[in-house]
Write a protein that binds this ligand. Structure first.
Ligand code: IMP
Ligand code: MG
Length: 178
């Protein structure tokens, strides 16, 4: 697995420190509010698990599963909901937890999709932000790291369902997907 990685972009230490800061910021900004964190599967699973242990306010958690990518590295632009929420979000402050904001198509679709259920507010927390590739008009409220336009894997992110279990974020060698 390691032989497919060109370089380490974000080390375990960098991830740990920044994820703690995000959890602390969210905890103070949303103190006293009725908050539900919505993880966007599957890429969010490691980030969300670490983030939630730094969130010190009472909150609930739910998950959505979407597919937008097929097996390539470039978004198809189409978003399909594979798993919807299992709780009512009316009147609640929704915080999406996403691994990476790339074209922004997924999260702009999801924010619109949930608006009719009348949440009190909708915010976005993303571990990484790749602003160079943005197509939809959408911004993260909390972004861990701004990253260059390279295909990254690890810490939950995959290429063809592999590499999610790497403990760091690495840049995948282009010959793996070209
Ligand atoms: P968007 O709709 O283009 O913003 O797509 C976001 C989703 O695409 C993310 O949640 C990831 O699952 C996937 N994605 C985008 N860039 C990368 C990458 O560099 N590595 C792995 N997955 C990525
Ligand atoms: Mg994802």
């Amino acid at each position: 697995m390691l032989e497919d990685i060109q370089s380490v972009l974000l080390s375990e230490q960098q991830l740990e420190a920044r994820v703690a800061e995000l959890g602390e910021a969210i905890s103070s900004d949303f103190a006293g509010k009725d908050v539900v964190f919505i993880g966007v599967l599957k890429g969010c699973f490691i980030f969300m698990a670490d983030l939630m242990r730094h969130v010190t306010i009472p909150c609930s958690m739910d998950f959505m599963a979407v597919s937008s990518y097929g097996s390539g590295t470039v978004s198809t632009g189409a978003v399909k909901i594979n798993k919807d929420l299992s709780q009512d979000i009316a009147g609640k402050h929704v915080i999406f937890v996403e691994d990476i904001l790339d074209s922004g198509v997924t999260l702009s679709y999801l924010t619109n999709y949930l608006k009719v259920r009348q949440p009190a507010s909708v915010s976005i927390t993303t571990l990484m932000d790749k602003p160079a590739r943005r197509k939809a008009d959408i911004k993260a409220d909390y972004a861990g790291f701004e990253v260059p336009d390279a295909f990254v894997v690890g810490y939950g992110l995959d290429y063809n369902e592999k590499y999610r279990n790497l403990p760091f974020i690495g840049i995948l060698k282009p010959e793996i997907y070209s």
